[in-house]
Design a protein around this ligand. Structure first.
Ligand code: HEC
Ligand code: HEC
Length: 324
């Protein structure tokens, strides 16, 4: 595969590479009169005519023979390399080597090597995998590699990234739903309301939303806000404020917040809206890796089936290491 956007650059690079070697050979050839101009043993050395301090002459000694041959050998090695390996534009080289192929081969060997390790999880249920200490270890490593940059190494999330360990779900916490979230990703869209709701009314609605979670709120503004909530918000968040997992509309009554519970933050959510993306991982991970990750995430907030060996398993040295 050629990485060049058009043929020109391939030729350009070939010309520079071959031309560079040709230039070196020409340079040596053009300076050849330095070689063997003096009869050996004559003791006479040509000088350049430059003299410093009255008696320091600059001699014009010929380049030693061994050096000349090393130089020519280096040119020959360069040409041989360009013939065998890809170096001339889109020419593949006689050996057909490519670093992309090498990676693909290594990945195929790796997949083959780990197949038996994953095989036993293919027939197990999610609760069974969640109870398996080996699977938990694999799950945690997969999580640290692919998920922790957003959800945190402890899976507890952060502003705009949901906590996966608290059994509070935007989309639902059943194994099937978690697997769907990981495979296909999710987009949570809270529409902006600033063209409909003025900031003062948004503040009142924010007071009402805070009151749903039992947070301090001004009773008079709560009453005014309730009306606005019922007009604009129940379609997604529900009349009782408990949310809607089909849309990923959060439960507003549980004091669990993606963006924070302050009036300012809630007003911003109402006026500007929010859009949140969980990327799809169906193309990045294999189905059995997704299954193990599903079990690991599910196991964070569910009691897995009683494992056959004494639980809980002692944390391995690996798990105790801080995630870098
Ligand atoms: C680029 C950041 C990012 C990465 C990487 C990422 N996530 Fe997410 N994830 C999010 C965001 C943002 C949401 C919330 C989406 C929303 O609000 O609609 C989310 C939501 C979720 C949910 C739904 C939570 C709920 O309450 O319903 C699960 C489960 C989840 N992620 C698991 C994972 C797993 C497992 C991985 C690794 C394979 C992963 N995520 C990787 C950003 C990420
Ligand atoms: C079209 C459906 C829809 C409507 C209508 C809607 N929301 Fe939302 N809302 C959402 C979704 C989806 C999210 C989650 C966004 C995300 O994942 O980042 C959300 C998030 C929020 C949050 C953030 C919660 C948190 O955990 O930080 C608040 C607060 C909120 N909405 C309040 C309101 C209020 C008040 C109204 C009425 C003015 C309203 N919403 C109308 C769908 C809706």
């Amino acid at each position: 595969m050629s990485d060049f956007v058009n043929g020109f650059w391939g030729y350009f690079i070939s010309i520079v590479a071959v031309g560079g070697v040709a230039f070196c050979v020409w340079l040596l050839y053009s300076q050849r009169r330095w070689l063997g101009v003096q009869p050996a043993g004559s003791g006479q050395v040509e000088d350049t005519g430059h003299v410093w301090d009255g008696d320091l002459t600059e001699l014009n000694n010929p380049v030693p023979g061994w050096w000349t041959w090393m130089f020519l050998l280096a040119c020959a090695v360069a040409l041989g390399y360009l013939f065998l390996m890809p170096g001339l534009g889109s020419y593949q080289g006689q050996l057909g080597y490519s670093s992309a192929n090498e990676v693909a081969q290594q990945q195929a060997r790796m997949a083959e090597a780990v197949r038996p390790i994953y095989a036993r999880f293919e027939t197990m249920t999610i609760p069974q995998i969640a109870a398996d200490p080996g699977a938990r270890e694999i799950g945690q490593r997969l999580f640290l590699n692919t998920c922790a940059q957003c959800h945190g190494s402890d899976a507890k999330g952060g502003p705009s990234f949901p906590n996966l360990a608290d059994n509070d779900w935007l989309y639902g916490g059943s194994p099937d739903t978690i697997m769907q979230t990981i495979t296909n990703g999710r987009v949570g869209v809270m529409p902006p309301w600033k063209s409909v709701i003025d900031p003062k009314a948004a503040g009142d609605i924010a007071q009402y939303v805070r009151s749903l979670s039992g947070l301090a709120a001004d009773p008079e503004r709560v009453l005014r806000g309730q009306h606005g909530y019922q007009t604009y918000c129940i379609a997604c968040h529900g009349a009782d404020g408990k949310g809607n997992p089909v849309l990923g509309a959060p439960n507003l009554t549980d004091d669990v917040w993606l963006y924070g519970s302050s009036e300012t933050s809630i007003i911003r959510t109402i006026l500007e809206g929010r859009e949140n993306h969980m990327p799809a991982h169906g193309d990045i991970l294999t189905p059995v890796q997704i299954k193990i990750l599903t079990a690991w995430v599910w196991g964070l907030s569910n009691k897995p089936d009683a494992p056959s060996q004494p639980a809980p398993a002692a944390p391995s040295a690996d798990q105790a290491l801080p995630h870098g």
